[in-house]
Design a binder for this molecule. Structure first.
Ligand code: GLN
Length: 491
């Protein structure tokens, strides 16, 4: 990242970033620009440097924050009307870690409301435009963050990935996007979507920057009981012994050692998933995959064809498990505790009903209804329980796959960025966008979206590298093998 060479001041970097953000305002990337706060911090850092004081690893680096991360700077809205006006009293652990190292948030980025979606069109504030084609979607839900990095406004941006929301917009905009292993980065202070699959991650222009951010953000957090011990910085895939109190995590690790990763293993066998290479996948995406496979072969890697039949249940299982968790997590928005409250309200019941009716987007309501339906007595066994069993099959499928290969390479989505308006009124076709991304979230394994060239029309194509749990660091390192030209970022 630029500041590392200390040739520029933090104030200059922040001013440039803010100027660019304004220059690209018609892309609808930001829900809030942190002009005063960012400049104040930049000046403080410059002063420190002048005085010869020690500064952090990210000192003066401007970044964009997906608007579902809590911090006292600006309102945290998750791009939802129901959270408009909400000023958070707390700061997410991940944000605190970045800021402690001197990173400077220049703005909050647009997303599908509550991160429900694959195009950023479900935002209360309207869609973000694709960095390469303004008639196309940015992808989602972290569309604003992906475009902020792709247009080189900021050095990096944060994202959340519950079922592809980092990897898909990264691939639609030609940047790197990592969904880490579940539990690698604390979820504390991030608006919850589906707590059993939510992951915090980043968008960057290079694998090196991704590594740096991961080294800063990962690790155990007493405020999030699902966080893992800091295996990322330990340089070892297996650090449970160091944390005897983590009984749940230790038990999980023990039961699935074959999906765990030992950092010392050098990857040599790369898996490809037969089922993902079919007619319903765009030709140019298949070609990009083929090119990378050829590159790997030419570098001496063994390509292993995998049969992973359980993955065909992933999308259906995801769209049962996730709405069930969404319905529960969104029940807290009642018009009393956070943000917006309906004006119409006359009594307590109508306060809840009117606020929720007016405050949620149609996609939020759809998920609340599906979630409550699949959890209701009489339907629980037929839907939720079945989906939970399918999830176990998917976890086992990945375990099996990683006994045959080190990493897996697949497309991120079946197509490059689609036209604005093309899918937004057809929820099922929007859900189908996630067919290749959601299985990773159900299994808790990491996935890194990497830029893999462009279509004839100049749209970026992304591929994802999938690894066993805790292989994040090796995955990032290995992505360099696939980077045969200067990819990552538009400018
Ligand atoms: N597109 C997926 C969904 O709508 C993923 C969302 C996400 O990862 N936040 O559920």
């Amino acid at each position: 990242m630029k500041i590392a060479n200390k040739k520029v001041t933090a104030e200059r970097l922040v001013r440039d970033a803010l100027e660019k953000a304004k220059h690209f305002s018609d892309y609808n990337i930001f829900t809030f620009l942190n002009e005063e706060g960012a400049l104040k911090k930049a000046r403080e850092i410059d002063e420190k440097i002048k005085r010869g004081e020690k500064v952090g690893k990210l000192a003066g680096v401007p970044y964009a924050l997906k608007d579902n991360f809590l911090s006292p700077e600006g309102e945290t809205t998750a791009s939802a009307h129901i959270l408009e006006g909400f000023k958070s009293p707390i700061m997410a652990t991940s944000v605190k870690k970045l800021e402690d190292e001197g990173a400077i948030m220049i703005g909050r980025t647009n997303l599908d409301a509550f991160a429900h979606g694959s195009s950023t069109e479900n935002s209360y504030f309207g869609p973000t435009l694709n960095a390469y084609d303004r008639e196309r979607v940015a992808g989602g839900s972290s569309g604003g963050s992906a475009v902020a990095v792709a247009l080189d406004i900021v050095e990096f941006a944060t994202g959340t990935d519950t079922g592809g929301s980092i990897r898909q917009p990264a691939s639609f905009n030609g940047v790197y996007g990592l969904k880490p292993t579940y539990g690698c980065i604390s979820r504390y202070g991030v608006v919850a979507m589906a707590s059993s699959t939510d992951c915090i991650g980043f968008f960057t222009k290079t694998p090196e920057d991704m590594d740096l951010l991961m080294s800063v953000a990962s690790g155990r957090d007493p405020k999030d009981m699902t966080t893992l011990p800091d295996y990322y910085n330990a340089g070892d895939g297996l650090t449970d012994a160091a944390c005897p109190s983590d009984t749940l995590q230790a038990a999980q690790a023990k039961s699935s050692r074959s999906t765990e990763h030992a950092a010392s293993v050098k990857p040599s066998r790369i898996g490809i998933v037969k089922d993902f290479d079919n007619e319903s996948v765009d030709k140019e995406i298949r070609l990009a995959l083929k090119n990378k496979i050829d590159l790997l072969k030419s570098k001496g890697y063994e390509i292993v064809e995998l049969e992973m039949p359980a993955l065909k249940y992933a999308l259906a299982a995801y769209y049962i498990i996730v709405p069930a968790e969404v319905a529960s997590n969104l029940s807290r928005y009642d018009g009393v505790r956070y943000g917006f409250r309906s004006e119409k309200t006359k009594d307590l019941d109508s306060l809840y009903i009117d606020t929720r009716s007016e405050g949620f987007m149609p996609e939020n309501k759809r998920r609340i209804m599906i979630g409550n339906f699949v959890l209701s007595s009489g339907f629980y066994d037929a839907y939720f329980l079945k989906a939970a069993k399918a999830r176990t099959l998917i976890i086992k499928e990945y375990e099996k796959a990683f006994s045959k290969c080190d990493f897996i390479l697949t497309p991120v989505s079946p197509n490059p960025a689609f036209k604005l308006g093309e899918k937004v009124n057809d929820p099922v076709s929007m859900y189908l966008e996630d067919v290749m991304s959601v299985s990773l979230n159900l299994a808790g394994v990491p996935g890194l979206a990497i830029p893999a060239g462009k279509t004839k029309n100049g749209l970026p194509v992304g591929l994802q590298l999938i690894g066993p749990r805790r292989s994040d660091k090796s995955l990032i390192e290995f992505s360099k093998v696939l980077n045969d030209n200067n990819e990552g970022g538009k400018n």
